[in-house]
Ligand binder design. Structure first.
Ligand code: G3H
Ligand code: 13P
Ligand code: ZN
Length: 284
């Protein structure tokens, strides 16, 4: 199957009341783990690459690998730029065949975030691709910020309404208490804020930093309008667990296939659990 847009899979998810997993990829084993699992679970799926992933693997390699995986699959696959921070980066990805781009303008004030996101959205839509915007700041779990700062970074529901109307984005990433990376304690999500955003914004919402978020919080977020859920850290940890396991048990092993094969199996187990939790299993 050829690649599909984010808008196509999220529209279905919104109608069906489930979320589609957006899994970060950096190499061939991760691409294969994601697409093989989505195929086995009959689930639509989003593969996303950060700017760091594109720098590491190369834009043409990431595009070619995801395209090859999607061509061999019978479930819908989206190729999405994660946290793009420049117009040029978004354009490069679109030219290479990405079907969706995120413009992360969260470092800008509202008016500038709107202006930058709109510029990306106009071109992306003319190319029949989708756009995700971000409002509020989704930081890292390592960021040393106070409770007041944390609150100030959260998405304001009235601004969200204005941002979506002004930019025409297809999906909106919201800051409601999640963060990127491994959590030290249990993450606390602001569901009242999410409900207030949902009242004003009708497009699919996106939850970043979802690794390590308890299952009951994920289910509640989906009930309140989250249709795309980003997972990276849980996959990275599964990969590393798999590699460590082989090297600890067989320190003399030198065949990359015998080291990375088990890592792929570990990643697939995590991805399967997420797909089932998000309710997207059996939806393709
Ligand atoms: O949102 C961040 C993603 O986990 C990507 O992380 O920039 O280290 O590739 P990265
Ligand atoms: P985690 O690494 O915390 O799962 O976050 C992933 C993410 O939000 C990618 O954009
Ligand atoms: Zn993110």
């Amino acid at each position: 199957m050829s690649l599909v847009t984010l808008q196509e899979v999220l529209q279905e998810a919104q109608r069906g009341g489930y979320a589609v997993g957006a899994f970060n990829t950096n190499n061939m084993e991760i691409v294969q783990a994601i697409v093989e699992t989505a195929e086995e679970e009959r689930a639509p799926v989003i593969l996303q690459a950060s700017q760091g992933a594109l720098k590491y693997a190369g834009l043409s390699y990431i595009t070619a690998m995801v395209r090859a995986a999607a061509t061999g699959a019978s479930v819908p696959v989206v190729l999405h730029l994660d946290h793009g921070t420049s117009f040029e980066q978004a354009m490069l990805c679109l030219r290479h065949g990405f079907t969706s781009v995120m413009f992360d303008g969260s470092k800008y004030a509202l008016a500038d975030n709107i202006a930058h996101t709109l510029r990306v959205a106009e071109v992306a839509h003319a190319m029949e691709a989708s756009v995700e915007g971000e409002l509020g700041k989704i930081g890292g779990t390592e960021d040393d910020i106070s409770v007041e700062e944390k609150d100030a970074f959260m998405t304001d529901p009235a601004e969200a309404e204005e941002f979506v109307a002004a930019t025409g984005v297809d999906a909106l990433a919201v800051a409601i208490g999640t963060a990127h990376g491994p959590y030290k304690g249990k993450p606390v999500l602001d569901f009242a804020r999410l409900a207030a955003i949902r009242d004003r914004v009708k497009i699919p919402l996106v939850l970043h930093g979802a690794s390590g978020v308890p299952a009951e919080s994920i289910r509640r977020a989906i009930e309140l309008g989250v249709c795309k859920i980003n997972i990276d850290t849980d996959i990275r940890q599964a990969f590393t667990r798999g590699v460590k396991h082989v090297l600890q048990n067989s320190p003399a092993e030198y065949d990359p296939r015998k080291i990375l094969g088990p890592a792929k199996a570990e990643m697939k187990a995590v991805i399967r659990e997420k797909i089932r939790l998000f309710g997207s299993a059996g939806k393709a």
